[in-house]
Design a protein around this ligand. Structure first.
Ligand code: OAD
Length: 247
């Protein structure tokens, strides 16, 4: 393992532009369940029933009740994996993070350039007039919440069947095509188009390094190598190795 940590540290030191793609796994050590691991969110809730835009349209109150239950999102704090990426950005060694997460933990850890590929849960959007409001400015006492225009408010996270926010899509493509190293951390890489980002980076000449306790669809096909370790363990070790090399 240590040799792979050193290899990753060396690759980051040498890279001209490193980016990261993160998924639910990086927040697992903050107490937020992933989607597809055993006991994950999709074991508890059928995504067809709760995570598609059709499901939201047909029963918004039911989907809102599930969201309201999801208290881990409100209380979770960043873990050493998030803080390690924030340190890399501060050291000038991480250009941006593309995250599929909606938990705000990269920003809470201090990263300034975070592309929220699947939107966020801090805001709500009106299904009729598209007005955006902070979640904590609306009442959830009666569900679903309604906009002053009488449209239904939806969490501003991306549901299955909805497009990726245009700006996030554009910036991610640009980052993937222009980086020479991508760290793929804590994602099963099965949900598209996010899962295509490492391939785009690879085809543009980038190295791909995965950090994930489990192998994924990318491991054999796309990744140069995988560090099979928890993000909260591996990332601080990589940062420490970079610092040791610099001194
Ligand atoms: P998944 O639940 O599909 O995958 C989580 C990944 O994290 C798995 O590969 C785990 O092995 C890995 N993992 C678990 N613990 C870890 C740890 N401590 N450190 C590092 N890795 C760890 O989650 P995502 O890939 O993020 O989209 O899922 C992608 C999208 O599917 C989500 O954004 C969401 C979901 O449906 C929408 O809802 C639109």
């Amino acid at each position: 393992m240590q040799d792979l940590i050193e290899r990753a540290a060396q690759a980051i030191r040498r890279a001209r532009k490193t980016i990261a793609l993160t998924g639910a796994g990086i927040s697992a050590e903050s107490g937020i369940p992933t989607f597809r691991d055993p006991g994950g969110l999709w074991d508890r809730y059928d995504p067809e029933e709760y995570a598609t835009i059709q499901a939201f349209r047909s029963d918004p109150a039911k989907v809102w009740r599930m969201m309201k239950d999801f208290t881990e999102l409100k209380t979770a704090q960043p873990n050493p994996g998030h803080y390690g990426l924030a340190q890399l950005e501060q050291m000038g060694m991480l250009h941006c993070i593309i995250t599929q997460n909606v938990d705000n933990l990269h920003q809470a850890a201090g990263n300034r350039d975070v592309i929220e590929f699947h939107g966020n849960m801090r805001q709500v959007v009106c299904m009729s007039c598209r007005k955006l409001l902070p979640l904590d400015e609306i009442s959830l006492d009666t569900l679903p919440p309604y906009c002053s225009c009488k449209g239904v408010f939806k969490p501003a996270g991306v549901f299955f069947g909805e497009p990726i926010p245009v700006d996030a899509m554009y910036r991610s493509q640009e980052a993937a095509q222009s980086c020479d190293l991508i760290l793929v951390i804590g994602t099963s890489a099965v949900v598209y188009p996010a899962a295509d980002i490492p391939r785009v980076a690879k085809e543009s000449g980038a190295q791909v390094i995965e950090i994930n306790p489990e192998k994924t669809d990318l491991t054999q096909r796309i990744s140069n190598f995988i560090i099979q370790e928890k993000a909260g363990v591996a990332i601080p070790q990589i940062v420490a190795a970079i610092k040791a090399m610099a001194s």
